[in-house]
Design a protein around this ligand. Structure first.
Ligand SMILES: [Zn+2]
Length: 110
């Protein structure tokens, strides 16, 4: 599980980008630990709920990329999959918070 979600070399650039994007909110703690993926980031603080919503989508997209790449036999860009996912969620107004738009902008600017 650690390898699949975190330490696989196919995800190195992806996690760098994610951490860079989160630094927009002064979240500098490295988020790519299995504990944070499973348990959540700073769960007692409601103002960090959006981080955990984003992390749920991140783990979903890592799995989606794995399936689309036919078990890593084809090149797939996880970051683009995540961006597409966020663009779709904004279109269908899945969340009425502005964090998704901000995070997508942060991803685009990395
Ligand atoms: Zn691997």
């Amino acid at each position: 599980m650690e390898h699949f979600f975190i330490s696989c070399e196919h995800l190195n650039t992806f996690w760098l980008t994610i951490n860079e994007a989160f630094s927009t909110w002064n979240i500098y703690k490295k988020l790519d630990t299995i504990k944070i993926i499973v348990i959540g980031y700073n769960i007692p603080c409601k103002e960090y709920n959006f981080v955990n919503v984003i992390l749920c989508h991140i783990s979903y997209c890592i799995h989606k990329a794995y399936m689309l790449s036919e078990r890593k036999t084809k090149m797939v860009n996880v970051c683009n999959i995540l961006k597409n996912e966020f663009h779709i969620m904004q279109q269908v107004k899945a969340y009425n918070n502005s964090f998704l738009r901000k995070f997508t902008q942060a991803l685009d600017s990395v």
